[in-house]
Design a protein around this ligand. Structure first.
Ligand SMILES: Cc1cc2nc3c(=O)[nH]c(=O)nc-3n(C[C@H](O)[C@H](O)[C@H](O)COP(=O)(O)O)c2cc1C
Length: 504
């Protein structure tokens, strides 16, 4: 497999990288969460306060903050039975069960896992897996790893000043079993959504988070005791009570030398599937994305700034739109699918939503949008310019039919949503750059979804679309960019599902 040509097909002709006879064996599906066997585990507080504004009102300590924090970041938050419309022949509707979390996930499969380096009592200092199924911590290895993690981050952050460190991984088989090679794109985006949800949760807890996508991957995997044929670390988030300035990390470090510093740990897991099919291409792509030395770390400064090229400029207002609390935004977030309704959107809401969408630390990601059905903005395709908080017109017109025709499944009615956002990144990047862009796009996606939910609407992330369609609408090939995720946003009726919140 040649990674660059494979990536091209994966992105622009994704059907070409999935065997035509690929069949999903639902009977042998893996669990949507990871379970460790025979390791010490510690139950976390299940009494998550769900009355308004539980976060930030008082300082949470020790086990309490860890339990609440992890539940908001990546806990199982809802058990739902979703009804599917009646089949015309059988005339009966069916329903399927799912365990939902606050971050979305392609197909609801949740390939990401969360690990936590804990530094405070009552837990022994060490590295734990967050067992979402039981809302508990499972001890992987005990000890002080401040120095090791600082080196894993290429000396860019002093971990001894941090309160805790989160590691977001992806378990390949958890979504490969359904999506085959297409799962690579979902793994990056899903991890980005979890990182963003964790960042926002940290902010609500009054903590600073320092997100690192450039780190010594093999050293991180070694620390967590991962089997690299099954799982790898995609992002590291250090949490601190005070702002910590980033360091330059002048000394060159390598993953190979770092893993010699601590012994390997052996663990056993249960994931239900009896037959795990080979996923060689995915393994090779993740391997090609590995940073083996800190001299290879990508900095934001090395990404060329995109020139804005829109014609007319629509300055957006500093919106005073009413937004709900973080807790309510999380609880009300859902992917509306076929439940979007045809209702126009106030331009002030678009302004409020876009204001919260961008990542200040990332310049390689751009936001484009098709608008149709707002009061003060003409229907058309636009680029959002965060610096001036304005829309730059690319072309006026109604692009809904074009976007709908580009969908691989027609389960989301794009003609009902007044807004369809496209998060874009650079074309022609290598495997590492592509994976990093997917993760950043996932971070932006989750910011958009939480903002939409807080404004009383919702967005439905979509990867099942033909990328050249939005690329042609925004003329992205000229800009050497391409679409990474599509998010229609609008109002909707309540989801036709029976659901219960999972907390004590
Ligand atoms: C990266 C990503 C891609 C997705 N792509 C699709 C898609 O192509 N079609 C679709 O119907 N839903 C898609 N979804 C939505 C998921 O199916 C949905 O998030 C999941 O079922 C969980 O439901 P929830 O978002 O309501 O919590 C995608 C979600 C993510 C995060």
């Amino acid at each position: 497999m040649h990674p660059e040509s494979f990536l091209y097909r994966l992105h622009f002709q994704s059907q070409a990288v999935i065997p035509s006879d690929w069949e999903v064996d639902w009977e042998d599906a893996p669990l949507p969460y990871k379970l460790y066997k025979e390791l010490p585990s510690f139950l976390l507080d299940h009494h998550i306060p769900l009355n308004p504004s539980p976060l930030g009102r008082r300082k949470l300590e020790g086990a309490e903050w860890i339990g609440h924090f992890l539940w908001f970041a990546y806990g199982l938050t809802q058990f739902a039975h979703t009804a599917t419309p009646a089949d015309s022949e059988e005339k009966t509707s069916t329903s399927f069960p799912s365990l939902r979390r606050f971050a979305p996930s392609g197909g609801g499969l949740y390939p990401s896992e969360l690990y936590l380096y804990v530094k405070e009592t009552p837990f022994a200092q060490g590295v734990y897996h967050y067992d979402a199924a039981h809302h508990r911590l499972v001890l992987i290895r005990e000890g002080n790893f401040d120095d090791y993690i600082t080196k894993t981050l290429g000396l860019r952050l002093d971990v001894s000043s941090c309160k805790a460190v989160c590691f977001i991984t992806t378990v390949y088989w958890k979504n490969f079993f359904k999506y085959h090679n297409f799962s690579f794109r979902l793994q990056g985006l899903d991890a980005g959504a979890v990182i963003s949800q964790t960042e926002e949760t940290a902010r609500q807890f009054g903590l600073h988070s320092h997100v690192h996508l450039s780190f010594l991957h093999k050293a991180a995997d070694h620390l967590l005791g991962l089997n690299r044929l099954e799982e790898t670390t995609l992002g590291i988030l250090a949490l601190s009570e005070q702002e910590i300035p980033a360091a330059t990390g002048k000394e060159e470090l390598t993953g190979a030398s770092l893993i010699e510093e601590i012994p390997a740990v052996q663990t056993t897991c249960y994931q239900r599937s009896k037959h795990i099919k080979p996923h060689q291409d995915i393994l090779q792509l993740h391997e090609a994305a590995v940073l083996s030395s800190s001299s290879l770390f990508r900095t934001n400064a090395s990404v060329p700034q995109q020139e804005k090229y829109g014609k007319d400029i629509y300055p957006l207002s500093e919106s005073r739109a009413t937004t709900s609390s973080f807790r309510d935004a999380c609880m009300n977030r859902c992917s509306p699918e076929g439940d979007f309704i045809d209702r126009s959107m106030d331009a002030g809401k678009i302004a409020a939503l876009l204001k919260q969408s961008t990542l200040p630390d990332v310049s390689s990601i751009s936001i484009y949008l098709c608008i149709n059905g707002t009061d003060r903005i003409d229907a058309g395709a636009y680029e959002y310019d965060p610096a001036s908080h304005s829309l730059l017109t690319i072309e006026k017109g109604d692009f809904r039919q074009m976007l709908q025709s580009g969908m691989t499944m027609h389960n989301v009615p794009l003609h009902h949503t007044p807004l369809c956002i496209h998060v874009a990144g650079a074309r022609n990047v290598d495997a590492g750059g592509y994976r990093m862009q997917l993760i950043h796009a996932g971070r932006v996606m989750q910011r958009i979804l939480l903002a939409a939910s807080a404004l009383g609407m919702n967005g439905h992330p979509l990867l099942g679309f033909h990328v050249p369609i939005p690329d042609s609408i925004y003329q992205l090939d000229i800009r050497k960019q391409t679409t990474l995720i599509q998010i229609p946003i609008g109002y909707h009726t309540p989801k036709s599902r029976l659901s219960g919140v999972l907390h004590a």
